[in-house]
Design a protein around this ligand. Structure first.
Ligand code: 3PG
Length: 205
């Protein structure tokens, strides 16, 4: 199994997906993979999210994980649906312990020094920085990267194709996450592939 650090380096952007129609799952995954984005975060925010994950996992090249995992119950459901990685908006002791015990690559959200210290205490050092823009943006991440030199982040929340390069230029940033690649509504597959291609072409610092 890949570790979370390896997965964070598969592509510069992890698309954050909110999909409410299972029929859209495989075509969207195929469109993203065609554009070069293989890491797909399916948020558990719709009733069909677990089925969406199962369908996306059938697309060759896709690495499908679950986002918006809030507790061990969500974790179990995501793992039963085949999640290859787990993303959470924040870090709690029960979720952190359960994810670590399972061994699944885990990217918990942090937004403060205290969050990061609690994660480090559990043995975690790769985090989603969430919500990135409203938690102080890049200046906040730069400040946090000072005392936590070995920590690496996936900033997510409010990031766009236009703002991603500045984040990716920071050495503590492995990748960024964002929902801009797949707007809500009936998917425009050609546009999704174009968004993915542009995201895939972004360079890390
Ligand atoms: C997430 O769950 O990671 C965020 O909702 C994604 O944030 P964005 O929609 O601002 O990209």
């Amino acid at each position: 199994m890949n570790d979370i650090d390896t997965l964070m380096q598969v592509a510069p952007v992890i698309p954050v997906l909110v999909i409410d129609d299972v029929a859209h799952a495989a075509p969207i995954a195929a469109a993203l993979v065609a554009g070069g984005l293989r890491m797909l975060e399916v948020t558990l925010r719709t009733p069909v999210a677990l089925d969406v994950m199962r369908e996306m996992a059938k697309v060759e090249g896709a690495i499908v994980g679950a986002g918006t995992v809030l507790n061990p119950r969500d974790l179990d459901a995501a793992l039963s649906a085949g999640a290859q990685f787990i993303v959470s908006p924040g870090l709690t002791e029960p979720l952190g312990r359960a994810a670590i015990a399972n061994g699944v690559p885990f990217l918990p959200g942090t937004a403060s020094a205290g969050d990061i210290m609690r994660g480090l205490d559990m043995g975690l050092d790769r985090f989603k920085f969430f919500p990135a823009e409203t938690s102080g943006g890049l200046p906040a991440l730069k400040a946090l990267a000072g005392p936590f030199g070995a920590v690496r982040f996936c900033p997510t929340g409010g990031i766009t194709l236009a703002t991603a390069p500045a984040w990716l230029a920071h050495p503590a940033v492995r990748c960024v996450g964002g929902s801009w690649l797949v707007p809500a509504g009936v998917p425009d597959l050609a546009a999704i592939t174009e968004h993915a291609r542009a995201a895939c072409g972004l360079r890390r610092g």
